[in-house]
Ligand binder design. Structure first.
Ligand code: FMN
Ligand code: 7N5
Length: 420
C-alpha cells in the first residue's frame, strides 16, 4: 500500500483505485449530454485516443539501490511549491458535472496543493474561484474575443483577483467538430450560466442550441447591437459544413465566441502582454518546434503543448509525440508544459522524462467532480500523486528535476526497443 504523501488527507476509496475506475463511476453519474460533451474528441476521436496510447510507447528504465526514502514530488510554479508537477487544466462549464463546479475543483486543489486553470467559459466567477483557492496561485485561460472590450474586462478582473498568468488558447481559431455535441444539440441548462461575462450579455447564454450547421437557435430578447456584432463573428466560426456560411446570432457562448479566426502572433501577443502585465502570458495549444520558436521570439512566458484533448484538429500528433521537438526547440529558455492523455502517475514521469517541466489534466478532474464533487477531485489528484510518487521511488529518483530521458526507452510497433 502506498503511504499518503505529506499534507494530503485524502484516504483511499476502495471502489476507485485508478483513473480508469474513476471514469467508469463518473459515466453513470452524468446525463448523456454532459458525458458526451466531456468525453468525446473531434471527428473520429483518433487524436484523443492517440494522446492516451502514446504513453504506452515508452517504458521506464528503473535504477536501483539509491536510497529513495526521501522522495520529493513537488515542483515549482509561479514561485509556488506545487505538491506534484501537475495542474488542473481549464475545462469549461464544470457545474454540468456537479452543482459546486469550479468552486469544488478549487477547494480540492487547495487541499491537495495543486494549481488550477480556470476556463473563460467557467460556470463560476473568477473571483469566487480565487477566493476558494486561498493561497494557491491560479491561471485564467483566455479565448481572446474579437470584441476586445470583453477580454479587456476579464483580464482586468483576473489581475485584481490575483491570478498569476493567462493561458491564451491558440488551437481554436475555429471550433473542432464534435459530432455527439452536435447530435445532442448541446445546451447549457437554464439554471447554469457562463459566469464571467456581463449579466446583460450573458442573460440568454443558456438558450443557445447548436444545430450542427453553424447556426444556433435565436435566444429570446436578444439585443440588436449584440446580434449585429455576433452576426459578423458566427458567419466564420460556427461548426462548418463545407462552404456554407451561416448568419450568427446570440450573446457570448462558447459556440459563438471561443473561436477567433483573426488571432495572429504579430498583433495579438503584443497586445495581450501589454494588457495582462504583470500577469504572465502563456500560449496553450503549441504542437510544433516552429511555433515554439515563434512563442520564444514573441516573448511569451511559457508554452503548453496541447491539442485541446483531441477536441480540435483530429489527426493532429499526440501531444507526447509533439513534446520532444518543442522541448528541443525551446532549449530551456521558457517552461514547456504538456497536457492530453495523462491518466496515470507513470504518464507524468514519462512526460517529464521527454522534456516537459509540468503536466496538466483535463477530463480526469471532470470525472472526479462528477463522481463526488470536491471529494472526487481530491481523489483524482491523490491517485495520480500516489502513483507518481511510487513511480519515482521504483524508478530510483527522489527529485522531480532529476527525471530525464535516460529513464526511458521507446518501443516501436514491431517491439524494437531504442534508447532516447
Ligand atoms: C469538457 C472539456 C472542456 C474544455 N474546455 C476548455 C476550455 O474552456 N479552454 C481550453 O483552453 N481548453 C479546454 N479544454 C481542454 C483542456 O484544457 C485540456 O487541454 C485537455 O482536456 C487535456 O486533455 P485530457 O482531457 O486528455 O487530460 C477542455 C477539455 C474538455 C475535455
Ligand atoms: C472550444 C469551446 C470552449 C470549451 C472548450 O474548450 C471545449 O469544449 O473543448
Amino acid at each position: 500500500m502506498v503511504s499518503p504523501s505529506k499534507g494530503q488527507k485524502q484516504t483511499l476509496d476502495l471502489n476507485c483505485l485508478t483513473i480508469k475506475e474513476l471514469e467508469k463511476h463518473a459515466a453513470v453519474m452524468m446525463d448523456k449530454q454532459t458525458r458526451d460533451y466531456y468525453n468525446e474528441g473531434a471527428d473520429s476521436g483518433s487524436t484523443l485516443l492517440e494522446n492516451i496510447e502514446a504513453y504506452a510507447k515508452y517504458r521506464i528504465r528503473p535504477r536501483v539501490l539509491r536510497d529513495i526514502s526521501q522522495i520529493d514530488t513537488s515542483a515549482s510554479i509561479f514561485g509556488f511549491r506545487n505538491s506534484l508537477p501537475l495542474g488542473v487544466a481549464p475545462t469549461a462549464m464544470q457545474c454540468l458535472a456537479h452543482q459546486d463546479g469550479e468552486i469544488a475543483t478549487a477547494r480540492a486543489c487547495k487541499e491537495m496543493r495543486v494549481i488550477m486553470g480556470l476556463s473563460s467559459f467557467a460556470t463560476s466567477t473568477l473571483e469566487a474561484v480565487a477566493e476558494a483557492s486561498g493561497d494557491i496561485p491560479n491561471v485564467l485561460q483566455l479565448y481572446l474575443f474579437e470584441e476586445r472590450d470583453h477580454s479587456r474586462k476579464l483580464i482586468a478582473r483576473a489581475k485584481k483577483a490575483g491570478y498569476k498568468a493567462v493561458f491564451l488558447t491558440v488551437d481554436t481559431p475555429m471550433l473542432g467538430r464534435r459530432n455527439l455535441e452536435i447530435r445532442n444539440q448541446f445546451k447549457l441548462p437554464r439554471h447554469l450560466k457562463i459566469a464571467n461575462f456581463d449579466e446583460d450579455i450573458n442573460s440568454d447564454a443558456s438558450a443557445t442550441v447548436m444545430d450542427g450547421t453553424g447556426s444556433s437557435s435565436e435566444p429570446q430578447g436578444q439585443k440588436k447591437s449584440e446580434a449585429a456584432s455576433s452576426t459578423r463573428r458566427q458567419s466564420s466560426v460556427g461548426y462548418h459544413d463545407g462552404e456554407k456560411r451561416h448568419p450568427p446570432s446570440g450573446p457570448i457562448t462558447f459556440h459563438t465566441h471561443a473561436a477567433n479566426p483573426t488571432l495572429s502572433w504579430e498583433r495579438d501577443i503584443a497586445w495581450l502582454k501589454k494588457e495582462a502585465a504583470p500577469m504572465e502570458v502563456w500560449v496553450k495549444g503549441i504542437a510544433t518546434a516552429e511555433d515554439a520558436l515563434l512563442a520564444v521570439h514573441h516573448s511569451v512566458d511559457g508554452i503548453v503543448v496541447s491539442n485541446h484533448g483531441g477536441r480540435q484538429l483530429n489527426g493532429a500528433l499526440a501531444t507526447l509525440d509533439a513534446l520532444p521537438e518543442v522541448a528541443a526547440a525551446v532549449g530551456g529558455k521558457i517552461p514547456v508544459h504538456v497536457d492530453g492523455g495523462v491518466r496515470h502517475g507513470t504518464d507524468i514521469f514519462k512526460a517529464l522524462a521527454l522534456g516537459a517541466d509540468f503536466v496538466w489534466i483535463g477530463r480526469p478532474v471532470l470525472w472526479g467532480l462528477a463522481y463526488k464533487g470536491q471529494q472526487g477531485v481530491e481523489l483524482c489528484l491523490k491517485l495520480l500523486a500516489d502513483e507518481f510518487r511510487l513511480c519515482m521511488g521504483l524508478a530510483g529518483t527522489i527529485k522531480v528535476e532529476d527525471i530525464n530521458k535516460d529513464y526511458l526507452v521507446k518501443v516501436d510497433k514491431s517491439g524494437f526497443i531504442s534508447r532516447l
